[in-house]
Design a protein around this ligand. Sequence first.
Ligand SMILES: C[S@@+](CC[C@H](N)C(=O)[O-])C[C@H]1O[C@@H](n2cnc3c(N)ncnc32)[C@H](O)[C@@H]1O
Length: 183
Amino acid sequence: MFDLLRVSGGPTKPEIIAIALSKMGLRDSDRFFDVGCGTGAVSIEASSLVKDLHITAIDARKEAMEVAEKNFEAFKIPNVNLVFGESSEVIAQAEKVDCAFVGGSKNILEVLDALAAKNARSIVVDAVRIETVVRVIRRMQELGIFREVLHVMVSRGVDLMGETMFKPENPVYIVVGGTDKTN
Ligand SMILES: C[S@@+](CC[C@H](N)C(=O)[O-])C[C@H]1O[C@@H](n2cnc3c(N)ncnc32)[C@H](O)[C@@H]1O
């Protein structure tokens, strides 16, 4: 997982992916959308959790597409549909969406509207800007799909003269919603 090829903005930190996917409640054969997939790290981890996951990984950057494609090949991820374009438009064309991880904030309100229109069971948004978090919470509340919001801080141990100190990473907000209120 940590030999991933990188692209700016990614990969999402493994600890954040772990929390986000624990909130997702993936099930076998789900149709999972990785919105703003970047390196594809979230899809790669998600595919290890359940059987027969159908992944649609979307990004609007060519360089992210190239990196994600190589990572999916290297990690032998089956059932991935890698799509270049604007996520809200791609989601609107989809037949079914069970779960979505949203790691890109462009057109976030349109993305949420499109996911809600598909009755997505679980939507997990990862954001670092507080303005994005507020917009996402408000829209999810308007759509009747808001579940919870988390503020996650991770400090990583680093060597300091042969001993260990902790260096904090920037806080990340995880907003959880969807039609399923039980997770
Ligand atoms: C922070 S990076 C995502 C990192 C990714 N989760 C990973 O682990 O590598 C955000 C990505 O979302 C993409 N993005 C943002 N908004 C988008 C949208 N509306 N549609 C498609 N891609 C989008 C950006 O191009 C960027 O590659």
